[in-house]
Design a protein around this ligand. Structure first.
Ligand SMILES: NC(=O)c1ccc[n+]([C@@H]2O[C@H](COP(=O)([O-])OP(=O)(O)OC[C@H]3O[C@@H](n4cnc5c(N)ncnc54)[C@H](OP(=O)(O)O)[C@@H]3O)[C@@H](O)[C@H]2O)c1
Length: 248
């Protein structure tokens, strides 16, 4: 163990969704704390941009669509000390508009794929003892919104999945937690603005005592959860929301 429990020196982490938003910032923050990062995403150009911002050496890029190229990720991933699973999409789909296609698209990336990714990484012994697994879930899993059945449901399943990992792998001191953020300023939020007006979004921000979050706010929690400083924290769903639900 490092003498500085917050250090990630000598450790290697897989970050999915590393080409954008929270995942991109988390990869950069890991590298600033001395960790080596395997950055994974679909968009090669955006991954290269993130890669160029990483400090230190030994980092790796895996360009893969997790829907269709999961095997490439498993095969190219080295042995790791942890994962930040940040890949995800959000869609507003009112209950009457749910069909098999939109159900699969939202559930697959937010729940089914992380389950099978972890399954295969465990079976291939890529996740070593004392590792830390962090899923970027959502505040929506605890406080759903209209049109959020699929997204909030998938994230709620992820919240529970993390607890079962914590229970089943504690003998290897492998920890698993979710981060459940409220609104964070990322391209995902820009996507939400296609279905919710900018005015409505600005109004919503006023209900956040500390305003919407920055990607660094979430990344800082993620690197803490990866580090030995959090070695007694496992099986938790940690809300980070600028105070939105403090009075809920
Ligand atoms: N932003 C928020 O307000 C907020 C709030 C709560 C929770 N979250 C959660 O935080 C996580 C990150 O969100 P973000 O805001 O950082 O979003 P973002 O900027 O849109 O980034 C999403 C990431 O997911 C990747 N991704 C999506 N589908 C993929 C697929 N099929 N295969 C591989 N990668 C895929 C994207 O890769 P490419 O760019 O390469 O396509 C991108 O790197 C998500 O799980 C989201 O649900 C976000």
């Amino acid at each position: 163990m490092n003498s500085n429990p917050f250090s990630l020196n000598g450790k290697t982490y897989l970050v999915t969704g590393a080409s954008s938003g929270i995942g991109a910032q988390t990869a950069i923050s890991i590298s600033k704390l001395g960790g080596v990062v395997v950055v994974c995403g679909r968009n090669k150009d955006k991954l290269n941009e993130v890669f160029a911002k990483l400090e230190g050496e030994g980092h790796q890029i895996i360009v893969a669509d997790l829907y269709t190229q999961l095997e490439d990720v498993i095969n190219n991933c080295p042995k790791i000390n942890g994962i930040v699973y940040s890949a995800g999409i959000t869609k507003h789909i009112p209950i009457k508009y749910i069909d098999k296609k939109n159900y699969d698209s939202v559930f697959d990336i937010n729940y089914t794929i992380p389950v099978f990714l972890l399954d295969k990484l465990f079976k291939n012994k890529k996740i070593i003892p004392n590792s830390s697994i962090v899923f970027i879930s959502s505040l929506a899993s605890k406080f759903p919104f209209k049109g959020g059945t699929l997204y909030a449901g998938a994230k709620a399943a992820l919240d529970t999945y993390c607890k079962t990992i914590a229970l089943e792998f504690s003998h290897q001191k492998i920890r698993a937690n979710t981060i459940n953020p409220g609104m964070v300023k990322t391209p995902l939020l820009d996507g939400a603005e296609e279905t919710i007006s900018k005015e409505a979004m600005d109004e919503h921000e006023k209900s956040y005592p500390l305003g919407f979050g920055e990607t660094t706010d979430v990344a800082n929690l993620a690197v803490f959860l990866l580090s030995d400083a959090s070695k007694w924290i496992t099986g938790t769903n940690i809300i980070i929301d600028g105070g939105l639900t403090a009075g809920a």
